[in-house]
Design a protein around this ligand. Sequence first.
Ligand code: MTE
Ligand code: MO
Length: 378
Amino acid sequence: SWKYVKEEKSPDMLHVLQFPYNGEPPRVGARTCRTEITDNKDFFVRNHGGIPEIDEDAYFIELEGLVNNPQKLTLKDLKDESKFKRMSTTVTLQCSGTRRLEQIREYPGDGDELINAPWSEGAIGTARWTGVSLKKVIKYCGGLKDGATDVEFFGADSYFKKGQIYNYAVSVPVRKMKLNEVILAWEMNGKPLPKIHGYPLRVVVPGYIGARSCKWLTRINVISGPSMAPVQMKEYLYYTPQIGKQNATYSNGFSIQTMPVASAIMTPIDHDQIIHDGKIKLTGWAYSGSGWPERVEISGDGGSIWYEVPFDQMSRKYYHAWRVWEYELPVDAEGWLEFCVRTWDSSMNTQPTYVRSAWNWDLHVTSSCHRIKIYSIN
Ligand code: MTE
Ligand code: MO
C-alpha cells in the first residue's frame, strides 16, 4: 500500500498512523482548505486495513437483501447513461477523529480505541464527486421490499480488531438513501477515484461521519436494522462526558451519524511568533453536517470579543459542504494571545466553548471552539 501512498499523495503528508496508512496534510500552507476544493494529493486518508487491488474490468457490485430484483452491476452498467443519470456534487468528508489531538491533550483517555489516530485539523476535505445516486440504483433493482430500514455497504478491505478479522462494513438508514444525495462515486475532482480513496467505486454520504462513506465498494445489502458490523456497532460511538472506562458498554454510547457544526483556524499555526502591523490574517474552514455555516466569528483574546468574518471573505454556501474563510483581525496586544474561531450553522447551532465541555471517552468529534496561541510582536 505504500506504493499508492507514494504515487497518490503529497510527499510530506503527516502519517498519523503508519500501519494501516492514515495521513493528513501538514499545517504549513493550510493545504486542507486553501481553496474550497481540497487537492486529491492533499486529501486526508483514513484506512482501517490495507488498500485492496481491484481490476476494474472484472469488478462489479452486488445489490442484494430486501430489494425486489437483486443483481450484479459492473462499472460499465453504472456509467451507462441510458440506465443511470450521472450526478456531481461538492461534498465535505470529515472523520470523527478530526482534532482528536486536542482531546488527547485535555486527557488522553482510557478508551476502547487505544490506537485512535491523533488527528489534527486536517482530517477533513472537500471534493467534487461524480457518480450515480444510490436511490436510483436501488430503484433500478426493483425498489425496496417491506421491512427495509437500512442500507449496508461492504468494502473489499478487511482489518484486524482484537484478534479477529473483519470485512469493512457500515450502514445508513433508508430515509437517508431516499433523500437522493448518497452517491456511488467513481470520480474525485474530475479524476478517476485514486486507489487510496476507494478505486474503482466508493460511497459518499453527505453530512454524515466519514466512516459511512465506504471505499472499495463490493456489496450493497438492504436490511432491517443497522449493520451489525463492528464499525457500525462498536466503533464511532459517542459517549457523553460522564461515561468512562468504569461504566462504558457499547450500548451506552450512540452511533455518530450527522456531524455537528465545527471549525478550525489553519493559518497561522499554533505557537507561531508573528511580527505585524496591528493586524493578523487568519484562514480556516467551517462545516456543519446538517446544513451549512452561516456565521464565522474570530476572537483574538480567548473569546471575549468576537469579530464576524464578512461574507465576501467566505466561500459559497453549499448544503453539506464546508466554507473556507479568511479574515484580518485587528491586534493591539503583544505577547502570547489566544485566537479562536466559532461558527453558527443554518440551524443556529454553535460550538462548545472548551474541549472539556464535550470530552468523550473514545475521543471522537472534537467540535469545541478551536484555540491557538500566537506570540504577537506589534
Ligand atoms: N471504507 C473502507 N472500505 N475502509 C475504510 O477503512 N474508512 C472510513 C471511510 N470509508 C474506510 C472506508 C473512514 S473512518 C473515513 S473518515 C473515510 O473513509 C475517509 O475517506 P478518505 O480516506 O477517502 O479520506
Ligand atoms: Mo473516520
